[in-house]
Design a protein. Structure first.
Length: 72
């Protein structure tokens, strides 16, 4: 069952790269944004998902069909 966490398209995109193991710096380069912006997006993601780290974010995202393992 999917739960709506009100993530933006950009947050989902960052979450996908996070699940793939990208660092903030790698994500920033890929999306042509600053590392600081990535950090802020991740803080927002963590708050919306009510979690505290990248691993938890990945698990919650997969369990709730926010990201698809096959698309990684």
């Amino acid at each position: 069952m999917s739960k709506n966490f009100n993530l933006t398209n950009r947050e989902v995109e960052i979450l996908k790269y996070t699940a793939m193991g990208y660092t903030n710096s790698n994500i920033a380069k890929k999306l042509t944004i600053s590392s600081h912006t990535v950090k802020i997006h991740l803080e927002n993601i963590f708050a919306k998902l009510n979690i505290h780290n990248r691993i938890q974010a990945t698990v919650v995202a997969i369990k709730n069909n926010i990201i698809d393992l096959e698309s990684l």
